[in-house]
Design a protein around this ligand. Structure first.
Ligand SMILES: C[S@@+](CC[C@H](N)C(=O)[O-])C[C@H]1O[C@@H](n2cnc3c(N)ncnc32)[C@H](O)[C@@H]1O
Length: 265
């Protein structure tokens, strides 16, 4: 791990380069204009503010099923920066723009992507077989999350999964979940998406990297990645997780294609 201290710019507060991953501490809205072009942008940005408010309400934090209490979200929702973020992304992304959101958020993303330079493609679904039950019993629990996909490249959109449906099923809480970030994405989900949407050696940007799951999956699949995170606590967590993933890819070999994945499974 090589540390590069930069105090001469406002945007990049700290930077670590670990294997083929570059981790930046800073505000993505300030950092993105300083980055060059990337092949793809795959990210799990903050959700809609309404969901943040719901998750943070005291009433929701008391579980009655004996499992650990849900933790609140210590960052703001996407609403205020969605337009600016989409515009910045369109300027530097040369391939897929893929962002997670709530089911209700799909239309909001489509509304900002459609007037942009990017071509809105589809809303996809992540099914969570082990999602949190509706603890008050007043209606169905949330069993899925979405991600929207848009093509920011030239010509026709290209991916590796032929006619596959945009439905991904992965446990939210696998036994090897890191657990340090309240909205950690399963690394196997991120890996499947990276294998489908990107090619070995390509550069992926995650401007809201949290504890670094996108970069972990990129390291494990032989992709290069840049991650940006505002919170120093999550940035440090991401550095440790990415260092571990880079070490493991070096020891075991990176999994470059979905075909290899099938053989391994
Ligand atoms: C939904 S979480 C991502 C979690 C991540 N997928 C993981 O597996 O750990 C979004 C992250 O974006 C960060 N964030 C929010 N606003 C930001 C900004 N303007 N610039 C950079 N990071 C930001 C938050 O601190 C939070 O960690």
């Amino acid at each position: 791990m090589s540390a590069v201290m930069r105090q001469d710019t406002r945007a990049i507060l700290r930077e670590e380069v670990i294997g083929d991953c570059r981790l930046i501490l800073g505000d993505a809205m300030q950092v993105m204009p300083e980055l060059g072009a990337v092949d793809h942008l795959i990210s799990d940005p903050p959700y809609e503010q309404s969901l943040h408010d719901a998750k943070n309400s005291a009433a929701r934090r008391h579980r009655t099923d004996g499992r650990a209490e849900l933790s609140g979200l210590d960052f703001a929702g996407i609403d205020e920066i969605r337009d600016e973020f989409t515009e910045l992304s369109s300027a530097i992304c040369n391939g897929w723009f893929v962002v997670f959101c709530t089911i209700e958020g799909v239309a909001k993303w489509a509304d900002v992507i459609n007037p942009s330079e990017m071509k809105y493609k589809r809303g996809c679904i992540w099914i969570k077989p082990d999602s949190t039950p509706q603890l008050n019993g007043q209606g169905p629990a949330q069993g899925a999350e979405c991600f929207v996909t848009a093509w920011s490249g030239s010509g026709y959109a290209r991916w590796n999964a032929r006619g596959k449906r945009g439905v991904y099923t992965h446990l939210t809480n696998p036994p090897d979940r890191h657990g340090g970030h309240p909205t950690e994405k399963p690394w196997r989900l991120m890996k499947e998406m990276i294998l489908d949407f990107t090619n070995p050696g390509q550069l992926i940007l995650d401007p809201f990297m949290g504890s670094g799951t996108t970069l972990v999956a990129a390291a494990l699949t032989g992709r290069r990645a840049i991650g940006v995170e505002l919170n120093p606590k999550y940035f440090d967590m991401a550095c440790l997780r990415v260092a571990k993933a880079v070490g493991s890819a070096r020891a075991m070999g990176a999994q470059l294609t979905a075909e290899v994945q099938e053989v391994l499974i």
